[in-house]
Design a protein around this ligand. Structure first.
Ligand code: COA
Length: 307
């Protein structure tokens, strides 16, 4: 099977996701995305082409900055499986291109509403691909843990779920004062992911983290700044100009010094983060097959519930 077909999760692996063959194919795919392994030149070319095809994720590289944009505004930038794969490929490419840093942002009024709640459920309300989703999530989060250059989030609007929890793995988080930060896992019968069960208590203390992760307290941008999740908050009216001007200045700094410094800052935590990620994904796999989760998602899809 040619590699692009393996990349095409929706049209290929999804059909036989529960089988061992599909699992192995997927593991092969994610292994090829690992920052520690050398992608073949053919694989790299295919990855570049794949990312360029994507419309829901935009990738550009300019002024020393690789910019990855959630570009699905009609769905509040909810992250589909295809987008997960495209982001993994974009990060793989960005890890070796000549940019100094990688910046995430969103198109439209939202930063991102988190994982697409339709990823795991069919029209009959049956959960599909739970095992596969756990593998995808684990490798997706691993890409952020291992990313060797500064990761910056330009949070232009509300962020929900994994769009919030991943921020604990970023180096800098700039937020518009219109942004909010919401992790409604318990409402959905889910558990925290993206290492937030470890990074959030460490960052904000266990009492503040519990209110967010257990009870789904939504934070304003200023509250998120006070709790250490956000680096700086900017007025909406000047947000884009101020942030991008600053980032372009930072991108002129010597790239190798920055890379080595990031490695020094992060290396003591990496092993721990991988272990936390593995455990969250394992527990999360059980949660997505629970009645609590199925009912919550069906209520959302049938528009009975909104968070
Ligand atoms: N997964 C799937 N679809 C999503 C989504 C998500 N995470 N977030 C938004 N959408 C879709 C909606 O279903 C809707 O699709 P439709 O136009 O085909 O009906 C579209 O995006 C616009 O959302 P809508 O709900 O109409 O906008 P709103 O401004 O009233 O509410 C949200 C926005 C984000 C508050 C609401 O959509 C929501 O609660 N989404 C779920 C967020 C979530 O639970 N994320 C996972 C956390 S773990």
């Amino acid at each position: 099977m040619p590699k692009p077909a393996v990349f095409d999760f929706d049209n290929n692996a999804k059909q036989d996701a529960q089988t061992e063959t599909a699992r192995k194919n997927h593991v092969d795919l994610v292994s090829s995305l690992s920052f520690s392994s050398e992608a073949s030149s053919q694989g790299k070319r295919e990855a570049d082409e794949r990312v360029q095809e994507s419309k829901d994720i935009l990738v550009s590289s300019e002024d020393g900055i690789t910019k990855i944009t959630f570009n699905r505004p009609a769905k509040k930038n909810a992250i589909s499986y295809q987008m997960c794969h495209d982001i993994m490929l974009a990060l793989k490419n960005a890890s070796t291109d000549n940019s100094v840093m990688t910046v995430f942002t969103g198109t439209g009024d939202y930063y991102s509403s988190g994982n697409d709640l339709r990823n795991l459920i069919n029209d009959a309300g049956e959960i599909k691909n739970a095992a596969m989703s756990s593998i995808v999530l684990r490798e997706f989060v691993n890409c952020f843990i291992d990313f060797p250059k500064p990761l910056v989030a330009v949070v232009n609007g509300p962020a929900i779920g994994i769009a919030v929890t991943l921020l604990g793995l970023f180096d800098i988080v700039y937020a518009s004062d219109k942004a909010t930060f919401h992790t409604p896992f318990s409402h959905l019968g889910l558990i925290p992911e993206a290492c937030s069960s470890y990074t959030f208590p460490k960052m904000m203390g266990s009492a503040k983290a519990a209110e967010m992760l257990l009870f789904g307290k939504k934070l304003t941008a200023r509250e998120a700044w006070a709790q250490g999740l956000v680096t700086e908050v900017f007025p909406e009216s000047t947000f884009e100009t101020e942030v991008w001007t600053r980032l372009k200045t930072y991108a002129k700094l010597p790239p190798n010094a920055i890379r080595v410094s990031k490695e020094l800052i992060r290396k003591h935590e990496k092993q721990k983060l991988h272990a936390v990620n593995a455990e969250e994904c394992s527990v999360g796999q059980e949660r997505v097959t629970s009645k609590e989760y199925t009912e919550a998602v069906m209520n959302f899809i049938s528009r009975k519930a909104k968070l």
